[in-house]
Design a protein around this ligand. Structure first.
Ligand code: RUQ
Ligand code: CUA
Length: 653
C-alpha cells in the first residue's frame, strides 16, 4: 500500500493547511526515543529461556512470505514461505513443493502478500490456520499452524490485484477475494479507453473450512470500481461482508486526480447468506474460467489441479444481495467492531471517520430508502445509515482495530499517528505518534469478537532515522504499544521483513502445544521414501538417475556414487530417518542450480541436478546437526557423456 505516499502533494498540503498544523514536519525531526516511558524496557523484556505470550503473524509484503514474531519481545521466530520460492528450505524448489506455485499462467515463484487472517470459530481466532492473499497473481494460501507450512493455494479467476482478501467469516465458512483492478470479464482484447461501463469487478467467496478443498463457492459481478479492503460482519451483522470501493468515477488514467473527484465512494455490504440462497435456487450463471488449485496431499507432496468453471451471481438476478453505503472519500480500510453493529471506514482523504450502523442500514434496506440504483445495486442514504462521525481523527485515516473494551484505534497515515476513540460517543480519547507513516495496525484478536486488548502493533511504511542506515533501502518496522491503560504507551520498535501490511496476533497458548514435532517414518507415504538404511539405493532409468538416500546423525547412505554421466538428470530423494524434534538434515550438491533441501524428521524431499561436466562433486549436510555434522558428506563421480563407468554406490555399515 505504498501508493498513498505518492498521493498528489496538493492534496496532502491542502489537508495540512485546512487543519492548520504541521504535525508531520515536527514529528520527523522529533526525538529518537519518541516518548518511550521508563518502564518500557521491562514491559517487553522476555528473559532468556522464556517464551513470548503472543504469536504475531506479519505479512511479508513484497517478499511474498509470512513472518512470525513473538510479542511482546518483537523477536522474529519463523519465516513461512508462501508465494515465493525459499532457498533456505527448498520450498518451491523441491519436487514435492514446486507445484504449490502453479497458476493458470504457469509456475510463478513470487507474489506480494498483504493480509494474514487467522481461522475463527464463533468469531474468535482458533489457531488452526492462517490465510493470506497473493496480490499480484490473485491467490489465497492456507498455512497449517501445526506445521507452520503452506499447504494449500487457490488461484482466484476473474480477478486482478487480489487486495480485498482474504478477510474471513466468523466460522471460517469463507475467505473473500475482491479485485482491486477492474478488468474485462471474461478477459479479452479491448481498448483501455472503453473502461467505463465495460470493465467489471468481482467479489469472490472461497470455501475455506476444509483443508485441501478450498474452492470458489461463487463470485459476484460488480461495477468497474476498485475494491480495496474488506472485513466480515459478526454478531448482529453475521452473514454479511463489507468491502470498500474507490474510483467509483470509473477513471482509467491518472487515478490520483480522476478517482478523487466524487465526494463519496461506497462500502459494498454483501449479504452472503442471501447469496447462498440465490446460488441454491440456481440463480448463478456458470462461467468458464481457468485457475489452479494446489494442495499438499497425504504423501506430503503438492498436487496441482486445473479448475475450469465458476458460478457467477449478477446482482440483478438476486435481490437484496448487495447494498452500497455512501462513504467519504476514497475509503481504504473497513473494519467491524466486536459487536458487529459498527462499520468503520477509513476515508483516506476524508476529514472525519464515518461509522455506519448495521441496524440503520438494515432498516434502510427494508424500507427501500434508496438514493438510486447502480447495476441492480441500491445506493442507501449516508445520513440515514450513519451511526456517527469521529471528528479530528488525524490526517489520512486508514485502518481501525478494537480492544474489546469499547474503544477503537485508527491509523492516520499522513499525520503519522494512531488515534484512540470511543465507540458510541465518537470522541477522541488519546493519540500517539508513530515513526512513521503508519498503514495497518494490529491488536491480537482486534478484528474479531474477542480482542486480547493488551498490546497493539503499529505497522509502519517508513522508518527514516529509527535504525542504523542500510543504504538506499531502510528497515520496515513495527512498533509495540501498550493499550492496557487510558493512555497509549510506546514500548518497542522492531524491524520486519518485506513491507508490513496487515498482521494477526493470537495468545500463544492457543497454538503452542499443538505443534507437530516430527513425521512418523512408518507413516511416510512418499513413493520415494525409504524406511531404513538397507533400502538406500541408486537406480538408472535411461538418462534418469534416482538416488534413494537416507540421512541420520551423522551420515548419508549412500555417500559415494559413481557411474553418473553428463546428460543425466539426477534425482536425490532424501529421507530423514531421525525421529526426534528439531533434527532436520540439509542437502546440497556443488553446482546444483536449485537450492538446498531441508528435510524434516521422517520426511522425504527430492531435488534434481543436471551435472554439466565430468568430475567429482561433493555433497554435504547444510544443517549443523551434531558434533560430527562436518563429517556428514559424500561424493558423486560424473563421467563424460557416453562413458561406461559402471553404476556403483556405497551401502554403509
Ligand atoms: S493495505 S496500508 Cu495493502 Cu492492507 Cu492498507
Ligand atoms: Cu546432518 Cu548436519
Amino acid at each position: 500500500m505504498k501508493s498513498i505516499i505518492t498521493k498528489p502533494l496538493w492534496l496532502a498540503t491542502a489537508l495540512l493547511v485546512v487543519v492548520g498544523g504541521s504535525m508531520f514536519s515536527c514529528r520527523t525531526t522529533g526525538s529518537q526515543s519518541g516518548g518511550i516511558s521508563s518502564d518500557a524496557a521491562s514491559a517487553v523484556y522476555v528473559p532468556p529461556g522464556s517464551h513470548d505470550t503472543y504469536y504475531a503473524f506479519m505479512s511479508g509484503g513484497f517478499s511474498g512470505q509470512v513472518t512470525v514474531h513473538g510479542l511482546p519481545s518483537g523477536r522474529l521466530i519463523k519465516t513461512v514461505p508462501v508465494f515465493s520460492q525459499f532457498p533456505e528450505n527448498g520450498y518451491g524448489y523441491s519436487e514435492e513443493t514446486k507445484d504449490m506455485l502453479n497458476t493458470s499462467f504457469g509456475f510463478i515463484p513470487w507474489d506480494d502478500s498483504h493480509h494474514p487472517q487467522l481461522s475463527q470459530t464463533d468469531g474468535v481466532p482458533d489457531g488452526r490456520w492462517l490465510f493470506i492473499n497473493g496480490n499480484n497473481t490473485p491467490r489465497i494460501a492456507r498455512i497449517d499452524l501445526t506445521t507452520f507450512e503452506t499447504d494449500e493455494i487457490l488461484e482466484i479467476p476473474n480477478s486482478a490485484g487480489n487486495h480485498a482478501s482474504p478477510f474471513i467469516t466468523p466460522n471460517s465458512e469463507y475467505v473473500v477475494a475482491s479485485t482491486r483492478f477492474s478488468v474485462p470479464i471474461p478477459q479479452k482484447d479491448m481498448s483501455i479507453s472503453e473502461y467505463k461501463g465495460n470493465f467489471k469487478g468481482t467479489i469472490t467467496f472461497v470455501k475455506a473450512d476444509t483443508p485441501g478443498e478450498m474452492d470458489v463457492a461463487f463470485q459476484i459481478l460488480v461495477p468497474g470500481y476498485n475494491y480495496d479492503l474488506s472485513h466480515a460482519g459478526k454478531g448482529v451483522s453475521y452473514g454479511w461482508s463489507f468491502f470498500t470501493t474507490y474510483n467509483t468515477e470509473e477513471a482509467n488514467t491518472l487515478l490520483e486526480v480522476n478517482a478523487s473527484r466524487n465526494d463519496k465512494d461506497f462500502v459494498a455490504a454483501v449479504n452472503w447468506k442471501r447469496a447462498e440462497e440465490c446460488v441454491a435456487q440456481g440463480n448463478a450463471k456458470t462461467m468458464p474460467a481457468n485457475y489452479s488449485h494446489n494442495h499438499i496431499d497425504e504423501r506430503r507432496i503438492a498436487v496441482s489441479e486445473n479448475k475450469t468453471s465458476v458460478k457467477v451471481l449478477y446482482p440483478t438476478d438476486c435481490d437484496n444481495l448487495i447494498s452500497f453505503l455512501p462513504t467519504p472519500k476514497s475509503p481504504h480500510g473497513v473494519d467491524v467492531d466486536p459487536s458487529g453493529e459498527y462499520i468503520v471506514a477509513g476515508g483516506k482523504l476524508a476529514t472525519v471517520i464515518p461509522v455506519h450502523s448495521f441496524t440503520k442500514m438494515k432498516a434502510a434496506i427494508d424500507a427501500k430508502s434508496y438514493d438510486g440504483i447502480v447495476d441492480g445495486i441500491p445506493v442507501l442514504k449516508y445520513e440515514e445509515i450513519l451511526a456517527g462521525e469521529v471528528e479530528n481523527p488525524g490526517l489520512g485515516p486508514l485502518h481501525t482495530e478494537f480492544d474489546g473494551k469499547g474503544n477503537a484505534y485508527t491509523t492516520a497515515f499522513i499525520s503519522s499517528e494512531i488515534v484512540k476513540w470511543k465507540l458510541g460517543t465518537w470522541e477522541v480519547l488519546d493519540r500517539i505518534p508513530t515513526y512513521y507513516s503508519v498503514g495497518h495496525l494490529m491488536i491480537p484478536g482486534g478484528d474479531s469478537q474477542k480482542p486480547w486488548g493488551k498490546y497493539m502493533v503499529a505497522l509502519n511504511k517508513i522508518t527514516k532515522d529509527r535504525y542504523l542506515p542500510t543504504g538506499p533501502e531502510l528497515a520496515h518496522a513495527g512498533q509495540l504499544i501498550d493499550i492496557s491503560g487510558d493512555k497509549m504507551k510506546l514500548l518497542l520498535d522492531f524491524p520486519m521483513m518485506g513491507e508490513p501490511h496487515y498482521a494477526q496476533g493470537i495468545e500463544a497458548s492457543v497454538i503452542k502445544d499443538k505443534q507437530v514435532r516430527m513425521f512418523a517414518i512408518q507413516d511416510n507415504l512418499s513413493p520415494h521414501a525409504i524406511k531404513t538404511e538397507a533400502e538406500a539405493r541408486v537406480e538408472r532409468n535411461g538418462s534418469e538417475i534416482h538416488i534413494y538416500m537416507s540421512t541420520i546423525r551423522t551420515h548419508f547412505v549412500p555417500d559415494n556414487i559413481e557411474g553418473v554421466r553428463v546428460g543425466d538428470k539426477v534425482y536425490f530423494h532424501v529421507t530423514n530417518l531421525e525421529q526426534d524434534w528439531d533434527v532436520p538434515h540439509g542437502f546440497a550438491v556443488m553446482g546444483a542450480r536449485t537450492s538446498e533441501l531441508l528435510v524434516m524428521p521422517g520426511e522425504t524431499r527430492t531435488i534434481t541436478w543436471e551435472p554439466q561436466q565430468p568430475g567429482v562433486y561433493p555433497f554435504y549436510c547444510t544443517d549443523f546437526c551434531s558434533a560430527l555434522h562436518q563429517e556428514m558428506q559424500g561424493y558423486v563421480r560424473v563421467s563424460a557423456r557416453g562413458s561406461n563407468t559402471p553404476l556403483t554406490y556405497s551401502t554403509g555399515g
